[in-house]
Design a protein around this ligand. Sequence first.
Ligand SMILES: NC(=O)c1ccc[n+]([C@@H]2O[C@H](COP(=O)([O-])OP(=O)(O)OC[C@H]3O[C@@H](n4cnc5c(N)ncnc54)[C@H](O)[C@@H]3O)[C@@H](O)[C@H]2O)c1
Length: 340
Amino acid sequence: MLSRLARPAAAAAALRRGIATSAQNNAKVAVLGASGGIGQPLSLLLKNSPLVSKLSLYDIAHTPGVAADLSHIETKANVKGFLGADHLGECLKGCNVVVIPAGVPRKPGMTRDDLFNTNASIVATLTTACAKHCPEAMICIISNPVNSTIPITSEVFKKHGVYNPKKIFGVTTLDIVRANTFVAELKGLDPAQVSVPVIGGHAGKTIIPLISQCTPKVDFPQDQLIKLTGRIQEAGTEVVQAKAGAGSATLSMAYAGARFVFSLLNAINGKEGVIECAFVRSDETESPYFSTPLLLGKNGIEKNLGIGKITSFEQKMVADAMPELKASIKKGEEFAKNFK
Ligand SMILES: NC(=O)c1ccc[n+]([C@@H]2O[C@H](COP(=O)([O-])OP(=O)(O)OC[C@H]3O[C@@H](n4cnc5c(N)ncnc54)[C@H](O)[C@@H]3O)[C@@H](O)[C@H]2O)c1
């Protein structure tokens, strides 16, 4: 079963009892884009975790306020705010994990690819700083379009001679969180007990939920399966439309981002059997980057668990996603080549 965010109550109880949840809970985590719609609640969840001892918050606006606010919370993580490019290096030094939700979100009618022009250079700039100041850190990219920002990050790290494909992750966890929730709703299950792998990429039809591999096993008539799959693929747009111009998913994304970071930290701390899906460098299909379940370990990806057995309906989705995936990846790689 895929790993889940520790229940806040359990984490808080562990803190009160002074119980260490792992051998070395002393991770330094940075959030780049920390003042934004995702950045703030994500930073709150990270501050609430006993796994984090230092929390570095970077943005081009408002970080002194966000950091001062969070620093009053009675948990051990030491919070520091860093404002503007001159302080980015200091923010990143010694980081174990860097999470990047910096960039503009969608408005109604936009695709994730419409964000490329703005977000590609933001991600290239921030990951250049990561390559220089914390080349060993795990890099988790939330900024869209993820199908292009991961190839950009990889090319930036290659340029600096510090590329390790086992440590660069496109965060697709929200797709898994949504799939679990929607399946649970339809079947009257507790969402916390449902686990649906979602493979492929993170945009429209490249989001491929593997309902056939759901735990517990669930069955849907074909028309319901098609509807459910479509809802998971377009769930981001559902939020964008409901927010009517005020942005895209922030709170559920913060939850999903925190879940992914906690899985990484648990794996770094030696916990065994931690599995998450993420968009990474991959040899599983003809697409050079692809999301599949990954076994995480001390050094990032320990083993790519691959696609596994899938139905012909799911096989067709994988085939149909290939042209868009490859085009988005190429676009990111071309951009990074010309980025100075
Ligand atoms: N991976 C996913 O599943 C997923 C889900 C939802 C949103 N997103 C993406 O996350 C990104 C952020 O969304 P949001 O709702 O938090 O947006 P937002 O506009 O609320 O916040 C973005 C933050 O980034 C900051 N920023 C901009 N340029 C920066 C730079 N050069 N350096 C540092 N910080 C910078 C802004 O000041 C702002 O605080 C968007 O690209 C969105 O599409 C991804």
